[in-house]
Design a protein around this ligand. Structure first.
Ligand code: GLU
Length: 321
């Protein structure tokens, strides 16, 4: 069906979503990474990026929070750019694990591949693939450059978060070496782990994440800078991976109720992609038990349901002035 939605309607619904959700007290900051436990749990921002480059920002959209697992999407895009869709499928895979993001059992169960770049195992494996293999500094530059292009502006390392994660990432260290055991690490395991830890510690704003989501929704062309960041053919690969596992073991419930592929991070960020229509991002630190921001989920879901939008709705959506 043809569906027309005006920009003022989107602004109105976004504001309504923000006001509806802002007093919610559910959830709790991640505390297994000490830095995250101390972030003001009242922070809340909501950002939408439309395909004409317009952004709609409400609340704390210029606060820099830890990107955490949302960075997995960015680096998945980088290896898709460097290796192409088939190689990423062969070397990592695109399956959901149905298990928590940092599951070791998932690796043992699927020991022929780490499933998807969007869980810890696959993300560490993805960092090992980033080119140029064997050159940690250049690999890091490639990761940051890719995020910068997707967001249209640079992220900034939160040094305290990086130190905090490095001092406590014992589970991820085990994952890196277990993957090495299964020949699923394509560079030095410690380098891959460090790059993964560092990318998770990048500070990003909700507006930047919204623009990155907009770039994916816009088939690889950043709607704000108009730069062509990745090949349009990769966009459906990215959104399919996000919809399969973006909310970890809650991904099915999420797609069923919100209808938009979205990726969360334990820093409280969520990045959601409605292909051809908009990128949406929300940030609020308190998380549910699976590690997904409570307020961000509610806000994005509110917008989708209220506007009657959804990736499976089969509508041809036009945004009007
Ligand atoms: N750096 C975090 C970890 O590896 C990211 C987890 C997440 O955001 O889901 O545990």
């Amino acid at each position: 069906m043809e569906k027309k939605i005006s920009i003022s309607q989107i602004k109105e619904v976004a504001l309504e979503a923000y006001n509806e959700v802002k007093e919610q007290t559910g959830g709790k900051n991640a505390d297994y990474i000490p830095y995250l436990a101390n972030i003001d749990s009242k922070l809340f921002g909501l950002s939408i990026c439309l395909m004409n480059g317009q952004t709609i920002n409400i609340g704390d959209t210029d606060y820099r929070f830890g990107i955490e697992s949302v960075s997995k999407v960015h680096t998945a895009i980088l290896i898709l750019r460097q290796y192409g869709a088939q190689k990423v499928l062969d070397m990592i895979g695109a399956d959901a694990t149905g298990l928590p993001f940092n599951s070791i059992i998932a690796i043992l169960l699927e020991n022929d591949h780490p499933s998807t770049p969007l869980v810890n195992a696959g993300a560490i494996s993805a960092c090992s693939m980033v080119q140029p293999v064997g050159n940690p500094d250049k690999k890091w530059d490639a990761i940051v450059q890719n995020i910068t292009e997707l967001c249209g502006s640079a992220p900034q390392l939160i040094d305290e978060l990086y130190k905090s994660e490095t001092a406590t990432n014992f589970n991820n260290r085990s994952i890196a070496w277990l993957l090495k055991n299964y020949n699923r690490i394509y560079d030095d395991p410690d380098v891959a782990l460090d790059l993964y830890t560092r990318q998770c510690s990048l500070g990003i704003t909700a507006e930047q994440l919204g623009i990155a989501a907009g770039t994916i929704a816009n088939n690889g062309v950043n709607p704000v800078t108009r730069q062509s960041v990745f090949d349009a053919g990769l966009a459906p690969k990215i959104t399919s991976m996000i919809s399969t596992v973006g909310f970890y073991e809650h991904s099915g419930d999420w797609m069923y109720t919100a209808g938009i592929p979205a990726k969360s991070g334990v820093g409280g960020g969520v990045m959601a992609v409605l292909p051809g229509v908009m990128g949406v991002s929300a940030f609020a630190p308190p998380l549910d038990e699976a590690g997904n921001s409570v307020k961000a989920q509610l806000a994005v879901k509110f917008i989708m349901n209220k506007l009657g939008l959804g990736v499976f709705n089969g509508d041809n959506v036009t945004i009007t002035e």
